[in-house]
Design a protein around this ligand. Structure first.
Ligand code: ADP
Length: 296
């Protein structure tokens, strides 16, 4: 099988309890509502690429439990190939346990579980037959580095969404394997700024700035010759910005895999990010190609 986009990343089940107020230490409160949602940046971005029309495979690790089976079903329902998803025994599926109070304050515990395990065995075969490889940092850096090294060796484009950004920055070895790095404004600061990324060998840095749009810095043939350009945000009525970055990254990967140039692909992704802010939730807010093209 060959794929337009292979996503190397996390999958979590988010467990959300709504209560009038958050419990203090040692306290039990009665909640008013419970819901569970698929999540994890890897799964969100795989869904976004698939809804943008790409043939998507996901490389991820789940536990051998009900949460893992739920996430597999979600991915399959979205048309994502899960034949390279590893089911590990002895580790739980990643979960986020979220409590939200009446003022929308929250407290969150993330249990990475199976996501923390490196799962690099299948990388070369799946990646070797793809057009774009997309990763985030909710799985081990060693996994992402191995995936990008396999991609680079096969001449396949690599896109890193460095989220969450590690405080000490990223190893040069990984950066030199990135064709595109797509941080938000906070992440790019934690990584030492755009110039630092460009001088580490990244081909282009795409900084997402929420309602302020996107700024792209591309290296030309010579390293010293970097060109910067911007794409304005689409004007929408945001109600929940969760998942905007994931919608952006998945849509960008799908458009690039379809052969689009960087500038129109960024504009398309900006429309996907804008639409994601108009619907609550993460996966539930990810738009389809039809909706994105209507907005454009
Ligand atoms: P993250 O969710 O990773 O912090 P951003 O908030 O930068 O990412 O959102 C990603 C992209 O989605 C932005 O670059 C922009 O194109 C779009 N977007 C996000 N928030 C808005 C908004 N309020 N209005 C319009 N577009 C938005």
């Amino acid at each position: 099988m060959s794929f337009d986009v292979v996503v190397v990343g996390s999958a979590n089940l988010d467990l959300v309890a709504t209560t009038p107020r958050l419990p203090g230490p040692g306290e039990t409160v009665l909640g008013s509502h419970f819901a569970q949602h698929p999540g994890g940046k890897g799964l969100n971005q795989a869904v976004a690429a698939s809804r943008s029309g790409a043939a998507v495979a996901m490389i991820a690790a789940l536990g051998d439990d009900d949460a893992g089976r739920t996430l597999l079903t979600v991915a399959e329902h979205e048309g994502i190939d899960v034949s390279q998803v590893v089911i590990v025994t002895g580790a739980p599926t990643g979960r986020a346990v979220i409590t939200v109070d009446a003022r929308a304050e929250n407290s969150i515990v993330v249990i990475p579980g199976a996501n923390e395990l490196a799962h690099v065995d299948q990388l070369p075969t799946t990646i070797g037959s793809s057009t774009v490889v997309l990763a985030q940092l909710e799985v081990p850096i060693a996994t992402v580095t191995a995936a990008f090294a396999a991609a680079r060796a096969a001449g396949i484009r690599t896109i890193l969404n460095p989220a969450p950004a590690p405080v000490g920055g990223l190893p040069d070895e990984l950066l030199s394997l990135c064709d595109l790095v797509v941080p938000n404004e906070h992440e790019v600061e934690l990584l030492g700024g755009v110039d630092r990324l460009i001088s580490s060998g990244v081909g282009a840095v795409v900084v997402t700035r929420g309602a302020a749009g996107v700024t792209v810095t591309e290296t030309a043939a010579e390293l010293s010759n970097a060109a910067t350009w911007s794409v304005a945000a689409f004007v929408v009525d945001p109600i929940d910005t969760t998942g905007a970055g994931d919608a952006f990254c998945g849509a960008l990967a799908a458009r690039l895999a379809a052969g689009a140039d960087l500038r129109p692909a960024v504009r398309y992704a900006a429309a996907a990010g804008a639409l994601a802010t108009t619907v609550a939730g993460a996966v539930s807010s990810i738009p389809t190609t039809a909706a994105i093209e209507r907005l454009i």
